[in-house]
Design a protein around this ligand. Structure first.
Ligand SMILES: *[C@@H]1O[C@H](CO)[C@@H](O)[C@H](O)[C@H]1NC(C)=O
Ligand SMILES: *[C@@H]1O[C@H](CO)[C@@H](O)[C@H](O)[C@H]1NC(C)=O
Ligand SMILES: *[C@@H]1O[C@H](CO)[C@@H](O)[C@H](O)[C@H]1NC(C)=O
Ligand SMILES: *[C@@H]1O[C@H](CO)[C@@H](O)[C@H](O)[C@H]1NC(C)=O
Ligand SMILES: *[C@@H]1O[C@H](CO)[C@@H](O)[C@H](O)[C@H]1NC(C)=O
Ligand SMILES: *[C@@H]1O[C@H](CO)[C@@H](O)[C@H](O)[C@H]1NC(C)=O
Length: 284
């Protein structure tokens, strides 16, 4: 072997060693396993995330373990059905983000995943990033989990209840939100296929998901009401929590307060909204 080729093969080996999972991210060149008939990525961090959601929720929120597995597997099944997508997505980001997307649902004492100030979507996203950083601190691979991959996870989790379309964020983030969405179906998605649905539901029953969700959401309106006032969780508070009152704290209420203050401050400035020929409908 010529010296130069020894040097370049050493450099190549070094590059591979320094980025142990860089080969794992793309084009299906990663270990896989099959769960409920669905081929999924099977890297060390993904295995440890699975272990975590299997153990952590055993005592109080077993419906969450099933929900998180189904979220990942529905998403993985849909991705597998599209070769282009399967070859281009960072499946490790999708797996980790899908399974850590509800960290903020925790109800254990002094949870490291829940704050009084932030909504569960925010807490889930930020603590998923911390979860990954903690994992790489122990297991290595911190370089592979750069800020972009961490933010792909964070965004996908943060936007999970932003119903509408998240398709203009990172594709991995979009697929995390989409995978969560598969749990709240309007009929079966054709992207997944009946056989996958049957296998996944059989392996991870959904028999208490909505009751668990109803409890969890109502409970948030009890223990951190202020973080729910401007969100859909306020409806759980208004329906189920005695004394819950967000009337003074909605965004509507904030704007109404601003309106009155503005009129008091500028009583002589008149407001006349000019209406363009489309009747102010920008869609026309
Ligand atoms: C597969 O995914 C790609 C990338 O998102 C998309 O452009 C394409 O339309 C999908 N194909 C099918 C058949 O859904
Ligand atoms: C990360 O590790 C630190 C130190 O052990 C711990 O305090 C923190 O709760 C962990 N964070 C997450 C999100 O697991
Ligand atoms: C729950 O699983 C059953 C199959 O056991 C399925 O028929 C049903 O549609 C699922 N419900 C939801 C809301 O996904
Ligand atoms: C939903 O949660 C509220 C509050 O815990 C409870 O009062 C209500 O009975 C629950 N609904 C069902 C159908 O379980
Ligand atoms: C909720 O609070 C508003 C004031 O912020 C008050 O006017 C209203 O009566 C309260 N509603 C209930 C049901 O207590
Ligand atoms: C508004 O206009 C009225 C009448 O011209 C005047 O008396 C008043 O001082 C004005 N107020 C302010 C805040 O400029």
């Amino acid at each position: 072997m010529k010296f130069s080729s020894i040097v370049s093969s050493l450099a190549l080996a070094g590059a591979v060693a320094a980025h142990p999972s860089s080969l794992c991210d793309k084009r299906g060149k990663h270990p896989t396993t099959t769960i409920a008939g669905v081929e999924v990525i099977d890297t060390p961090i993904v295995r440890d995330v699975r272990k975590f959601i299997e153990e952590y929720y055993k005592d109080y929120q077993p419906y969450l373990t099933n929900h998180l597995y189904r979220t990942w597997l529905f998403g993985a099944a849909a991705i597998n059905n599209n070769a282009t997508l399967k070859a281009s997505l960072d499946l490790e980001v999708h797996a980790v983000g899908s399974m850590l997307h509800d960290l903020g649902w925790d109800i254990k004492p002094h949870s490291p995943y829940v704050t009084a100030e932030y909504s569960f979507e925010v807490d889930s996203g930020r603590f998923a990033m911390d979860w990954i950083k903690n994992w790489t601190a122990t297991h290595g691979g911190a370089k592979d989990w750069d800020e972009v991959r961490l933010q792909k996870v964070n965004l996908g989790i943060l936007l999970q209840t932003f119903v509408g379309s998240n398709e203009f964020v990172f594709p991995e983030s979009y697929w995390i939100t989409k995978s969560v969405g598969f749990e709240f179906p309007v009929g079966e998605s054709p992207l997944i296929g009946s056989e996958n649905y049957d296998n996944i539901w059989k392996a991870y029953s959904n028999s208490t998901m909505f009751r668990g969700t109803n409890f969890t959401f109502t409970n948030m309106a009890v223990y951190k009401p202020a973080a729910t006032y401007t969100t859909f969780l306020s409806e759980f508070g208004l329906h189920y929590v005695p004394g819950y009152n967000n009337t003074a704290n909605t965004l509507f209420s904030l704007i109404q307060g601003g309106l009155q203050a503005e009129i008091a401050e500028f009583p002589n400035v008149s407001f006349v909204q000019k209406i363009p020929p489309n009747g102010a409908n920008p869609l026309e």
